[in-house]
Design a protein around this ligand. Structure first.
Ligand code: NAD
Length: 510
């Protein structure tokens, strides 16, 4: 079967075994290279699997190193020979077209994200689909309204008055490498600001969620005036095709979201050609519940947060730090909240927890559960496969108490519905435990006194903090990590400027 036959397959829904719930999913199996929707050079395809049913949804062209090199060449040529990087008004218009195309095809995108990522459909009405569609308009607007030039006051240098200007311009060819947990959101979070800033892009999505990327390529080709080569999408079953992107000297910058281990490899590979590297990595964020907090709502923030999308989010507060005076009450409330979570078919709007992405991830999570039991932590809830959900990669909401802050459970990112509870003595102790991590992505603090909570929040070595349930998530808020949670910031003006170089110009004044 070729990619074009696979298109027909996707359109007809053929090739898909009957799933427990029938929702038509229209896949896009073709890569985007140089403004065309293409098969892989070899004609090879790989399967796209529904993690909720373990059935094959359809296929995607399996990009190879040669396909990646074609895409890089197309992006390089587009950057060097078109006016994309120098015409913000045109970029803005094109990105609005992409926004409108996403709006028009939102239902297809929704079904793709639910089917290939196993995302609860409820989440597609927020971060998984509605948010990235709306964000595209945000970046389209910013492409046109951002002040790329910043004049400095005149100044005498070596006896001559100077007019000076700081100009920001695109970095060049950007390689974007994304994970599977929020596929459409993260693809947009990378390619939209990169394109808005005037770069050309090669997007390499995770093998588990290719269509959330190939669909964007298709919309760009079919429904926008984005010039050929400005946006390329190469899906592949082989992680190492992404490595080509990180090592190729024609690529100027890598923007990556994924695990810290892969981030390290990417940084090493990109160092050969000294590329700019922007990394959004893992997290093990702490939610601190001080002794005077509203314990029920503070605890729910983590207990529900860790179950939503089966805990496959980097910024979830997966360590619940409870003041000793509210420790037992907090554990009971967390268990109660987790028992109330709907787990199962992601198409059921009542379910906030769907499957993990694949068998390997589920085994990984079970490995952590075993490590937790062996460490002496108390398993309060879960730890196994939910009843009646033997098919699909499901894991029960799982709660561990009495966890040693040094234990594997408290130190490693599990990326599953596993919450660990740790007691603390006072505010200093809470800060010490929260910061006792190689990560530094996010966090939360709760107290009846906003002043006290803020004082603690400012001491956390993390990129974002929620105070008393505050929500920082938004396209205009910079998001990213301290320490091994990453380098750079996504979103906001700070995120936009990651994709811009800085050029200083000076002119003698007569
Ligand atoms: P991963 O690191 O295995 O893969 C992410 C992407 O990198 C995929 O597209 C993969 O194909 C590619 N890749 C793998 N090896 C590569 C290599 N050597 N060179 C180039 N590309 C390579 O991560 P994952 O398992 O897909 O995603 C889960 C991880 O992502 C979690 O650890 C999570 O914390 C992290 N994550 C972080 C954020 C954030 O914003 N900080 C957001 C989402 C996920």
């Amino acid at each position: 079967m070729s990619a074009s036959e696979a298109t027909a397959e996707g359109a007809a829904g053929a090739g898909r075994d009957p799933a427990p719930t029938e929702h038509p999913v229209l896949g896009e199996p073709r890569l985007t290279v140089g403004g065309s929707l293409v098969e892989s050079r070899s004609g090879a395809l790989f399967e796209n699997m529904d993690p909720a049913t373990e059935l094959v949804l359809g296929h995607c062209a399996d990009g190879s190193t040669e396909d990646m090199q074609d895409a890089i060449e197309a992006a390089r040529t587009a950057f060097d020979t078109t006016g994309w990087s120098t015409d913000p008004a045109f970029r803005s218009r094109c990105l609005y077209q992409l926004f409108e195309a996403m709006e028009a095809h939102k239902e297809e995108l929704r079904s793709v994200v639910v089917a290939e990522a196993g995302s609860p459909v409820a989440m597609t009405y927020a971060v998984q689909v509605e948010e990235p569609v709306a964000d595209m308009a945000y970046w389209a607007e910013l492409a046109g309204s951002y002040e790329y030039d910043r004049p400095l006051p005149d100044r005498e240098v070596f006896g001559q008055m100077q007019r000076r200007l700081v100009a920001r311009e695109a970095v060049g060819v950007v390689g974007a490498i994304t994970p599977w947990n929020f596929p459409l959101y993260l693809n947009v979070a990378k390619l939209a600001p990169a394109l808005a800033a005037g770069n050309t892009v090669v997007l390499k999505p995770a093998p588990d969620t290719p269509w959330s990327a190939t669909w964007l390529g298709r919309l760009a080709v079919e429904e926008t005036d984005i010039p050929p080569g400005v946006l390329n999408v190469v899906a592949s079953s082989d992680h190492l095709v992404g490595e080509t992107l990180t090592s190729d000297p024609r690529v100027d910058m890598i923007t990556f979201t994924g695990s810290t281990a892969t981030g390290r490899r990417i940084m090493a590979s990109a160092s050969q050609s000294l590329k700019k590297v922007f990394l959004e990595l893992g997290g093990k964020s702490a939610n601190i519940v001080l002794d005077d907090a509203d314990v029920a709502s503070a605890v729910a923030f983590s207990a529900i947060g860790v179950c939503v999308h089966a805990g496959q989010g980097c910024a979830i507060t997966t360590r619940l730090l409870l003041a000793r005076s509210v420790y037992d009450e907090g554990i009971e409330l967390a268990a109660e909240a987790m028992r109330g979570i709907g787990v199962g078919d992601p198409w059921d709007p009542a379910n906030l927890q769907g499957p993990l992405i694949n068998a390997r991830q589920r085994e990984r999570v079970f490995g952590y559960v075993e490590a937790g039991k062996a460490s002496g932590a108390r398993l309060v809830l879960g730890g196994g496969v939910p009843e009646g959900l033997g098919r699909g990669f499901y894991v029960e909401p799982t709660l561990f108490a009495d966890v040693d802050p040094d234990a594997t459970l408290a130190q490693e990112e599990i990326f599953g519905p596993v919450l660990v509870v740790i007691p603390f003595d006072d505010d200093d102790d809470a800060v010490r435990i929260a910061n006792h991590s190689r990560y530094g992505l996010s966090g939360a603090v709760n107290s009846a006194s906003e002043e006290r909570a803020t004082a603690v929040a400012r001491r956390l070595r993390t990129g974002t903090v929620s105070v008393n349930g505050g929500m920082w998530f938004s396209p205009d808020v910079p998001f990213g990590g301290y320490r091994q949670s990453g380098i750079g910031r996504e979103n906001g003006i700070e995120g936009f400027e990651e994709y811009l170089e800085v050029k200083a110009l000076a002119f003698p004044k007569s």
